[in-house]
Design a protein around this ligand. Structure first.
Ligand SMILES: *Cc1c(COP(=O)(O)O)cnc(C)c1O
Length: 418
């Protein structure tokens, strides 16, 4: 919106850049002396080193995975440093978003004509991505959302792909049209159809799979979207869906990629990504103004992505498996306790361990999970994910926490053995 304003503003800013760089030079020496986060000695709030405890909020050992309810994931120290660097300067956010998107597209080696946008999360990427498809760069339509007068008004989705995150699609005002078969899809397509939406983790559940969905969208000349929020690892998913024909794909930054918690990626067609930004903060009078993403998150996301792309993913996976095996060795010494290992095909595609026990232990899985949650340190472990017993993964555990989980879990199970 206000494209003329935007471009003239950019011109103005670049002429400012010369002056700013001279200023920066003279300030660099003092900036170099400035403390990095962690070096600053605090008084008052935060002085104990654990501000959560100061509020009386218990931190937990996370054996459940990248749950937004638990704070997602923990950023790496390098990301923390870049976010602190980001926090020390003012910058044009639209200009930064564009440069960041270009850098991310290069890092992912996306095809020509692709771009990326750092959003406040995958949910925000879904909402702004769809908003952009609906409005294009029409300033009046952008202001008008979620009133869809004059715009397309329907999104087609497989019935089994409905999930709580489609609220972000509905927030634009569109109606979700549920289909199950290819015939139903064909009949649902009309001049009202704005987009075809795919929920990546539901791939198995739907009759139309991920590659065919993109192919059919091409046939019907409709934009298609893939919500792949939690679907790294494998790292290749970051570009796979673009290559099979999705126009837009959303990822969470604050899950396995360990970017800032309030960050996500929208990647795909350059024009659609640009329209998404026009519907998002910092632009005012937009549907996405509430989805603010800060300069710290934008730069932190680039750093997190760089680290994630350079990581030895096989070594990581092995390490996660070894942590689970350490816990398994300890708890299976208790009569009646057994473990097995599995890796979900999609979404949290990391080693998991299922823990079951027989009648010799009198507690239900729910009771054991509650005892772990109430213990100090507090441990959060998942339910069986549709299987009996408890299930856990280890990719969010910090060094040494596998041993703590092993000890606490053994103690609880042993204490309640017949
Ligand atoms: C986590 C998740 C989201 C939301 O991602 P945020 O980055 O937390 O906004 C959307 N869709 C799916 C399938 C998810 O798992």
């Amino acid at each position: 919106m206000g494209l003329t304003w935007y471009w003239s503003r950019r011109g103005f800013l670049s002429s400012l850049a010369m002056a700013a760089s001279t200023l920066l030079m003279s300030r660099r020496s003092s900036a170099a002396n400035r403390a990095e986060p962690g070096d600053t000695r605090l008084s008052g709030f935060g002085q104990s080193g654990n501000p959560y405890e100061e509020l009386g909020v218990t931190t937990v050992i996370n054996a459940q995975g990248t749950m937004t309810m638990l704070g997602g994931s923990l950023i790496r120290p390098e990301v923390e440093v870049v976010m602190a660097q980001a926090s020390r300067h003012f910058v044009s956010i639209p200009e930064l978003e564009e440069a960041a998107g270009q850098r991310i597209a290069e890092m992912l080696k996306l095809p020509e004509g692709s771009s990326a946008l750092v959003t406040s999360g995958a949910a925000a990427a879904m909402q702004s991505g769809l908003a952009g498809i609906l409005t294009g760069d029409n300033e009046n339509l952008i202001k008008q959302l979620p009133d869809l007068t004059g715009m397309k008004s329907e999104v087609i989705i497989q019935k089994s792909h409905r999930n709580p995150f489609d609220h972000q699609l509905r927030a634009t005002g569109v109606k979700l049209i549920e289909i199950e078969t290819r015939d139903e899809l064909r009949m649902a397509v009309s001049e009202r159809t704005a987009m075809m939406h795919f929920t990546n983790f539901a791939n198995e559940a739907g009759q139309i799979k991920v590659d065919e969905w993109a192919k059919l969208a091409k046939e019907y000349k409709l934009p298609c979207f893939n919500d792949a929020a939690a679907d790294t690892p494998p790292v290749s998913h970051l570009w796979d869906y673009i290559h099979i024909g999705y126009d837009l794909v959303a990822f969470s930054g604050g899950k396995a990629m360990r970017g800032p918690q309030c960050a996500g990626l929208l990647i795909g067609r350059k024009d659609l990504v640009r329209y998404a930004l026009l519907n998002n903060s910092p632009h005012e009078d937009t549907l996405g103004r509430g989805q603010k993403v800060g300069k710290e998150e934008i730069l932190g996301m680039i750093k997190a992505l760089e680290l994630y792309l350079n990581e030895d993913h096989d070594a990581r996976s092995k390490e996660w498996q070894e942590r689970l095996e350490l816990i398994s060795r300890e708890i299976t010494q208790i009569p009646g306790v057994s473990t097995s290992f599995f890796t979900p095909d999609i979404a949290n595609h990391v080693p998991h361990m299922q823990i079951t026990w027989d009648a010799r232990i009198r507690w239900t899985p729910q009771q054991v999970a509650q005892l772990l949650r109430n213990s100090r340190p507090s441990i959060v472990i998942g339910g069986g994910e549709g299987k009996p017993g408890l299930a856990m993964n280890s990719f969010m555990l910090q060094p040494g926490e596998d041993q703590i989980v092993a000890e606490r879990l053994s103690q609880i199970l042993r204490d309640h053995s017949a």
